[in-house]
Design a protein around this ligand. Structure first.
Ligand code: MN
Length: 724
């Protein structure tokens, strides 16, 4: 276990200006916070954040990142709070830890393997600061190293997740060393048989050709020296997992794999790379088509190197990688290495813009952004601080309760979420829970939210949703459902009207008579005709006449009147300016509290009656907690000019002459109407009495004006909204 002074010393070795005090405080704070906690292995928990910090020290990262690594599990696993971290370590480090806490919560959720790409995007989207991602990768790497202590079932899940999400992410960030180690550990767990077989084979090959490899290494070093090239030559074995992948990809047996052995040649500059390549190709025969120049033609993750395969002294194929020390460092450590290489040549800077092809998917465009920052910043610290991942800022990723990941545009609501899962879920959606809590359907979803959609078969989407939804899929589905729903309502209404009129004539509806009438009224089927009646386009008496029936003149007139009345009712059905309710539902405001435009409201459905509107603070709502299917999410629309709304107030007044008059006068001055007024003595308090007033106001602003006006009066002791 690394000691406190060792940590500081190691950081100071590569960054003499590192904040020593910060490192010391983070070390002590994390150690105390984790206290007696232990890991699955039985060792002290604090060893884990310390090892994570050590991995990042090896990557030569800045003090803030190291401090965040030490603190990374404190908020999630100990008594420590975000606020305390802000106080003790400042908002920046607290924000880094907060990012890690959020990502950790994601780890707890079950995930579907097919969602790996989306999950990687989610990780990137949630890691606003690239240092969050660096700490996360180091955290995962240490967890992988200690995975043998974990129960087999969890071990498999973590290995799988690492293989699918974290290892590729490390690869895309160019951190090859981290990726390799993660893959090696995960592979041994996920595919122990193949791992064992390949490792044994490698071991045998190594023994068989040990001298051979040494011979090549010596010969190559000598030739390079003769050509005045200072180089480091290293033999390099392929890793078990990369061999396995190649076998799978090319459907090869292990024996058929040729380029298992390779060498890496490290030199000081680009010029020497090409000169070293010349030496290699002069010495041994190059295999045609195997030379690749990733220096002038770099890969998307900034990997730069020359690759070639030659035929060695005993006719075996030998792979060669030739690169500078700097390129090697970047190849191994990727993003983390950039911080150390500020003195990049002009030529390379110019290249930066074109190295990442324009056709590249949006996914990793941030690498380009990294390069930009690299050119602008002037210290490693600044580089890291300003490297905000602006990736996927136009998307949010949310989970279904089963762990399915749903990608939506920023600003998407639970309504969009419901339709994204399935149209039938959107159509029957009446409410939602976000992260376990009841939430409004107009809420803006955030990355990582778990959304539960509450459904009711009786529901049809209110037309107003079309304006609330942001995805095309949801909007189109709402339009479709709304049309179908309105038609259904008209059809039912029309049928009822026709049947009633028939009953007055002492008749019953018959399809046979309807069939005669249809061509006469210009409709193809009964439903069309009923819908026309319901809409008020067809007078019921005319339909009966078309059936060949004689309709009583008085009834015919009444039917005409009623028909137009129905139309009025359909068009201006509810006078309350509320969005989110189905158009055929009667609306009323809960009388014990009142509700005014501008305040948050919800609706409770009472079958056969309609929807009661409650302000969100109404205590009465509690009794519906167990009946989520009755909740409807409502929002205020635009009220008609001059329309007033009820709000019940409780005012505690001094028991003095003129108190009541003062209240009435103040309310009048502010243009409020008093609808109801009751007085109650306060138990045990003789000097005060309570007044309950039902006010009529225009909106919440108007109400607040009145309440503030009353509060300013000396005889008014207290004033509150009545909660029920
Ligand atoms: Mn951890």
């Amino acid at each position: 276990m690394m000691r406190q002074y060792e940590l500081v010393e190691r950081v100071q070795k590569y960054d003499p200006n590192a904040d020593e005090d910060l490192l010391n405080r983070a070390y002590v704070y994390a150690m105390k916070a984790h206290g007696n906690q232990t890991r699955a292995s039985g060792e002290a928990y604090f060893n884990h954040p310390l090892e994570v910090a050590a991995i990042l020290v090896d990557m030569k990262l800045d003090a803030a990142t190291i401090a965040a690594a030490l603190l990374h599990d404190t908020v999630e696993d100990t008594e420590a709070t975000h606020l305390e971290l802000v106080e003790k370590f400042g908002p920046d480090i607290a924000a880094l830890v907060d990012g890690l806490t959020k990502i950790k919560k994601l780890d707890m959720m079950t995930k579907e393997a097919t969602q790996a790409e989306n999950l990687r995007k989610l990780l990137l989207a949630m890691s606003r600061d690239i240092r969050v991602l660096l700490v996360k990768l180091a955290d995962r790497l240490h967890n992988m190293r200690t995975l043998s202590h974990v129960k087999p079932e969890k071990r498999l899940r973590v290995a799988q997740e690492t293989m699918e999400i974290y290892a590729p992410l490390a690869g895309r960030m160019g951190m090859q060393v981290v990726r390799d180690e993660m893959e090696d550990i995960a592979f041994a767990i996920l595919n122990p048989t193949a791992n064992k077989m390949i490792r044994e084979r490698l071991e045998r090959l190594h023994q068989e050709s040990g001298d051979l490899l040494q011979g090549i290494e010596l010969a190559l070093s000598k030739s390079l020296a003769e050509n005045q090239i200072v180089a480091e030559v290293k033999g390099r074995e392929k890793r078990a997992y990369s061999i396995f992948r190649k076998m799978e990809r090319k459907h090869l047996a292990l024996d058929q794999l040729s380029d298992i052995f390779g060498f890496r040649v490290l030199v000081n500059n680009v010029d020497e790379c090409y000169r070293a390549l010349g030496v290699v190709h002069q010495k041994w025969l190059a295999v045609p088509g195997k030379f690749k120049d990733y220096i002038s033609n770099s890969k998307q993750n900034d990997y730069r190197s020359l690759h070639t395969i030659v035929i060695g002294p005993h006719s075996q194929r030998v792979e060669m990688q030739i690169r500078t020390f700097e390129m090697h460092d970047i190849a191994e450590r990727g993003v983390a290495a950039h911080a150390l290489y500020k003195d990049i040549s002009e030529a390379k800077q110019a290249e930066a813009g074109v190295r990442i092809p324009a056709t590249e998917s949006n996914a990793y465009r941030w690498l380009r952004h990294l390069m930009d920052v690299l050119q602008e910043g002037d210290s490693p610290k600044e580089f890291l601080e300003h490297t905000r991942l602006e990736l996927f800022h136009d998307q949010v990723f949310c989970f279904t309760p089963k762990g399915q990941l749903i990608a939506l545009p920023v600003g998407a609501t639970p309504i969009d979420f419901a339709y994204a899962v399935h149209t039938s879920i959107g159509d029957s959606c009446v409410g939602c829970k976000i992260n376990g809590r009841h939430a409004t359907l107009v809420a803006k979803l955030q990355n990582g939210d778990e959304v539960v959609i509450i459904r009711s078969d009786a529901q049809t989407p209110p037309p107003a949703w079309e304006a609330i939804a942001v995805t095309g899929k949801a909007k189109a589905a709402i339009r479709r459902a709304t049309r179908a729903d309105i038609r259904k309502q008209y059809t039912g209404l029309g049928r009822e009207m026709v049947e009633k009129l028939l009953a007055r004539q002492g008749k019953e509806f018959s399809e046979k008579e309807m069939a005669i009438a249809l061509p006469r009224v210009g409709h193809r089927n009964s439903d069309d005709a009923f819908a026309a009646v319901g809409r008020g386009d067809l007078v019921p008496a005319d339909l009966l006449k078309a059936m060949g029936l004689v309709v009583d003149e008085k009834d015919a007139k009444a039917s005409k009147r009623k028909s137009s009345k129905v139309r009025d009712l359909q068009e201006g059905q509810f006078s309350l300016p509320v969005r989110g309710a189905a158009s055929n539902m009667a609306l009323k405001i809960y009388p014990l509290t009142g509700a005014v435009p501008g305040e948050r409201i919800v609706g409770i459905i009472t079958p056969g009656e309609g929807i009661t509107i409650y302000p969100i603070f109404a205590e009465a709502l509690e009794q519906f907690d167990q009946e989520p299917e009755r909740w409807v999410d409502l929002a205020w629309g635009v009220a008609e000019e001059g329309m007033r709304f009820p709000a019940r107030l409780s005012i505690t007044l001094m028991n003095e002459v003129g108190a009541l008059g003062q209240v009435a006068q103040t309310i009048g001055e502010y243009g409020g109407n008093i609808d109801e007024l009751t007085m109650q003595a306060r138990h045990g308090v003789r000097d005060f009495f309570e007044l309950r007033i039902l006010l009529e106001v225009f909106d919440i602003r108007h109400l607040n004006e009145i309440m503030n006006g009353l509060r300013a009066k000396p005889l008014v002791n207290e004033i509150n909204r009545v909660a029920g």
